[in-house]
Write a protein that binds this ligand. Sequence first.
Ligand code: DX5
Ligand code: ZN
Length: 216
Amino acid sequence: MQIAPSLLSCDFSKFGAEIERMDKAGADMMHLDVMDAHFVPNLTFGAPVIKMLRKYTSKPFDVHLMISNPLKYIDDFCDAGADIISFHTESDSNIEETIKKIESRGVKPALAIKPNTKAQDVFPYLDKLYMVLVMTVEPGFGGQSFMADMMSKVKAIKEEAKRRGLDLLIQVDGGIAKETIKTAADAGVDICVAGTAVFKPEDAKEAIDELKALCE
Ligand code: DX5
Ligand code: ZN
């Protein structure tokens, strides 16, 4: 299991140091939650901040766009150093065009779905995607409870990808903790985003090691 710490739970006054801390703790990638106070009822940071953070780690930047018009800003996030860009099927941008734009910049495209969105909504795009992000909480805030019933969507997407012979990764985001990660692993999840579970404990390395061990 790969672990992607969600920087939403970090101390924003020490953003660079927090990324270095997660790098040393064994994070597989950095999950950066971009919110526009329109697509979700919260506001975080944008491309200029991500660009400044790029120098603190060589690990991949997994940028999760919770914004209404992702297509308009893809160039900015690519220029800022994103390696993976996830955007939502529920956003206002044309999905095909947005995937194409991300791909044209040499960045890995991913589609994200909110809890009320069907797994089947991503099926038309599976062959063009690097990853599908299945939200296990309503996007907007850290520290919410894991929705285990989302695992049926993980399994459905995984199965469809397998049927087509695709190498697709599945990520879940929200409520991942010691008590819930095994459920995600058993459903076939490849990457778990974790905010509270890795930033709250004093020893982040221990927390990440333990989460990974629970999946074996
Ligand atoms: C929610 C964000 C998540 C969130 C996860 O909109 O996309 O990345 O920070 O936080 P935890 O792990 O605390 O649920
Ligand atoms: Zn996220």
